[in-house]
Design a protein around this ligand. Structure first.
Ligand code: SF4
Ligand code: SF4
Length: 270
């Protein structure tokens, strides 16, 4: 091949290469734009995407299963027992509500969007939403409260539950005391001949003889007192020391007898 032919062949190859490159360019030139005009336009969120949580308090029974499942402890739940006279209704899944939920906070500053709190919920009232844009300048604003009660209502429900609990505890204690008393009475009735334990034998007197005390000067030697037991078992005090002077009341009681005795000078029993 001559050098002229080679020259024109290379020029043709160059044009063909340019045309191939321009083919890709021209194809993209007439396809629609792929830029999403965010925030006016948004990409669709995957169905199982994990974003901000939401709690439907109408269905929440305050069981705290979600709070216990949370690995970072960012769910705070407080409840108060309802009174027997209050009807809180049922959830959409048919479960009866018995607790007032007085606090239900989720701190999204701590939340790691793991989604572990969602499956344990028995009423399926806590779930992920497609909301992912909730940035704040103040971290405290990321603590979301979901309760439907006002703070005053929540405080009132808490106080009411505490008072009811205290009353129930007092009733329970009274019932327990009454039951214990009844049990004791039943036990006593079942053992009518039960004898009390015999008294323990008296301890023997110490064998140490009493030390005689010196009589005071000028006083006669006091007769030795003796206490003799009569056959009936009563004790008679024969010692003057053991004879007590009659009390005024006893004297008054004895006076008529003396008068009666003095009335009979002969001493005969007429
Ligand atoms: S998504 Fe995870 S970290 Fe966030 S509240 Fe639920 S369990 Fe806790
Ligand atoms: S698990 Fe569900 S029902 Fe129980 S406290 Fe959490 S959100 Fe409420």
């Amino acid at each position: 091949m001559s050098s002229v032919d080679t020259y024109f062949k290379n020029i043709g190859k160059g044009f063909w290469t340019v045309l191939l490159g321009m083919k890709v360019t021209m194809r993209h030139l007439f396809t629609p734009a792929v830029t999403i005009q965010y925030p006016d336009a948004r990409m669709p969120i995957p169905e199982r995407g994990r974003n901000r949580l939401y709690v439907n308090m109408d269905d929440c029974i305050g069981c705290n299963q979600c709070g216990m499942a949370c690995p970072v402890g960012c769910i705070t739940i407080e409840t108060a027992k309802s009174l027997p006279t209050e009807d809180l209704g049922v959830t959409s899944t048919g479960q009866k509500k018995r607790l007032w939920v007085t606090q239900f906070d989720i701190d999204f500053a701590k939340c790691c969007y793991c989604g572990l709190c969602v499956p344990p919920c028995p009423t399926e009232c806590i779930y992920m939403t497609d909301v992912f844009e909730f940035s704040e300048y103040d971290r405290d604003k990321l603590n979301y409260s979901f309760i439907t009660l006002t703070p005053e209502e929540a405080a009132q429900k808490t106080e009411q539950a505490k008072a009811a609990e205290k009353e129930a505890a007092a009733k329970k204690a009274a019932a327990a005391a009454a039951a214990a008393q009844k049990a004791a009475q039943t036990q006593n009735a079942a053992q009518p001949n039960a004898q009390p334990n015999p008294p323990s034998a008296p301890k023997p007197a110490p064998s140490v003889a009493p030390t005689p005390q010196p009589a005071p000067a000028g006083a006669e030697a006091a007769p030795v007192s003796s206490v003799t037991a009569d056959p009936q078992g009563s004790k008679t005090a024969s010692s003057p020391e053991n004879v007590q002077p009659p009390r005024p009341q006893e004297q008054a009681a004895q006076a008529p007898q003396e008068l009666k005795t003095n009335d009979n000078p002969k001493g005969s029993a007429d």
